[in-house]
Write a protein that binds this ligand. Structure first.
Ligand code: AHR
Length: 511
């Protein structure tokens, strides 16, 4: 970590753009001002933050009357047929750690203990060349194919049914991805029929002939992956993709009206078509989808952070901004279409990923289960992952699904070898959120000293002159369990920071 924080000397002028509204202002005033000053950076008010002078940070917490319990799917993860994620990650027949079906029991135990609520599968880029039929039926008859996304051999020894069995075993819900690259609408719809229709049709009977008599009832589905990306197999133009998604979704809802369907949003803020893609896609398929995907990876590089720890640790605020921007596009299209439906967001790929990105780490060289994207994480990365979790929780009224990409071996909190499973640093903030963030996210206002970050020399989507609070905090309250949780990131590398919590009413809970 590099120490280069410059604290923000613009503190001291009166507070201008407080977006909290008059009732919230009265609430805060009743608790005492405690030295809140100017909001120099543009993202503070939208987060409920204000700049303060030196001294302890203060967090004012209260229940939001309109806010329901958070959707735990916000803390999901992702498993792609990529590198060693599936093979030797969750599935390794022949290993002394595997059960009779070939599942790694040590990994299954870790995932179950974590309590991961939803897992996206089977990709990622992989899904855009994947034929789901290759992965069902008797294993001896399944073909070995070349996965062109990662130039790796895919043995198909683990496919949809085995994945869904594994989900049952670890107590998670599946989020299945569909091939919108080489795949047709017909086969995407057939996939839903195979999984969810009880009996009596071509694809439902095929599933039954494979030994799965009862339908899997998979509810959450991704309509393709990163279809705007030039790297994506079968990349499409926004309107082409939007029409394909609409057509597929309409047919899928005939099979199962209870589906939750997620359209592909922009692959990231770096895309030249960022926001335009999202608008055009939604203009084509708004009425047939429930959510739109967001993806983002972050790193400590010259272009993204100027190799500065201070800038790196502020990157969850870039995530925050992306959420607000995509939400604005959704609301724009909603208004254009006079729709009563409000879309939610699925941040279904997010993580730190910047080291294992070269050809060596991304080209499988036609091997089976090659070592790809095996990023080794440090403390700095773990701190930022904590920040991402805070951002997701803060925006849980809009982001309903999110997936830490990924779960095992590939840019993952868990890493396997022949003898066991290791926890990386990033495991810890993720596991704490899974364990403690329950119930309702509290409305909050945080007043914290800030430091400046500068746009100089950074890639356009990370180039910001802004004020960043040293303290990043979010809180939940679970009345049923009688427990409150406060998740705090201290961005100050020079030491501890005091935080004063002020509750609007005494919590009926343990903190
Ligand atoms: O998670 C690794 C890759 O990153 C995924 O396959 C792709 O969707 C994204 O670009």
């Amino acid at each position: 970590m590099q120490r280069e924080h410059a604290t923000d000397d613009s503190a001291g002028s009166p507070e201008p753009g407080d977006s909290w509204g008059s009732d919230r202002r009265a609430f805060v005033a009743s608790l005492g001002r405690a030295g809140a000053f100017a909001v120099a950076g543009s993202w503070l008010p939208s987060m409920g933050y204000a700049q303060a002078g030196r001294g302890p940070a203060r967090a004012f917490l209260r229940r939001s009357p309109g806010r329901g319990d958070l959707d735990r799917r916000l803390l999901g993860s992702f498993l792609e047929h990529l590198g060693r994620a599936v093979y030797t990650g969750v599935y390794e027949p022949g290993s002394r750690l595997a059960d009779a079906k070939g599942f790694r029991t040590d990994v299954a135990r870790e995932v179950k203990d974590l309590g991961v609520p939803i897992v996206r599968y089977p990709g990622g880029n992989f899904v855009s060349g994947y034929n789901w039929l290759d992965g069902v039926g008797p294993k001896v008859q399944r073909p070995v194919v070349l996965d062109r996304a990662w130039n790796s051999l895919e043995t198909n020894q683990l496919g949809t049914n085995e994945f869904l069995e594994w989900c049952g075993m670890v107590g998670t819900e599946p989020l299945l991805g569909m091939n919108f690259g080489t795949g047709t609408v017909e086969m995407a719809v057939a996939y839903v029929e195979y999984c969810n229709l009880a009996r009596g049709s071509r694809w439902s009977e095929l599933r039954r002939s494979h030994g799965y008599d009862r339908p899997h009832n998979v509810r959450y589905w991704c309509l393709g992956n990163e279809m705007d990306g030039p790297w994506q197999i079968g990349q499409l133009q926004a309107r082409e993709y939007g029409r394909k998604a609409r057509d597929a979704a309409r047919q899928m809802r005939v099979i199962d009206p209870d589906l939750r369907l997620i359209a592909c949003g922009s692959s990231g803020t770096f895309m030249p078509t960022y926001l335009i893609w999202d608008r055009e896609v939604l203009e084509e398929c708004y009425d047939q989808v429930d959510g739109i995907s967001l993806h983002a990876y972050y790193g400590s590089t010259k272009e993204w952070s100027g190799n500065s720890t201070a800038r790196f640790l502020a990157m969850n605020l870039d995530m925050e901004r992306q959420i607000h921007e995509i939400a604005a596009v959704c609301d724009y299209v909603q208004a254009l279409q006079r729709s009563s439906k409000r879309l939610w967001l699925s941040f279904d790929e997010w993580n730190v990923w910047y080291r294992a990105r070269d050809a060596q780490s991304t080209d499988g060289r036609r091997g089976a289960a090659p070592r790809l994207l095996e990023e080794v994480y440090n403390l700095e990365d773990a701190l930022l992952v904590g920040g991402f979790v805070n951002t997701l929780l803060r925006n849980s009224d809009r982001v309903r699904v999110a997936c830490l990409a990924q779960l095992v071996n590939v840019i993952a909190p868990l890493v396997t070898n022949e003898t066991g499973v290791l926890r990386q640093t990033t495991y810890y903030p993720y596991s704490w959120a899974l364990r403690y963030a329950r119930g309702r996210v509290l409305d909050l206002r945080v007043e914290s000293e800030t430091y400046r970050i500068s746009a100089d020399g950074l890639q356009a989507d990370f180039a910001r002159d802004a004020s960043v609070p040293f303290i990043d905090l979010v809180a939940t309250i679970d009345d049923a369990a009688g427990q409150a949780a406060v998740l705090v990131l201290n961005r100050d590398p020079d030491g501890e920071r005091e935080v004063v919590l002020q509750w609007d009413a005494r919590p009926r809970a343990n903190v």
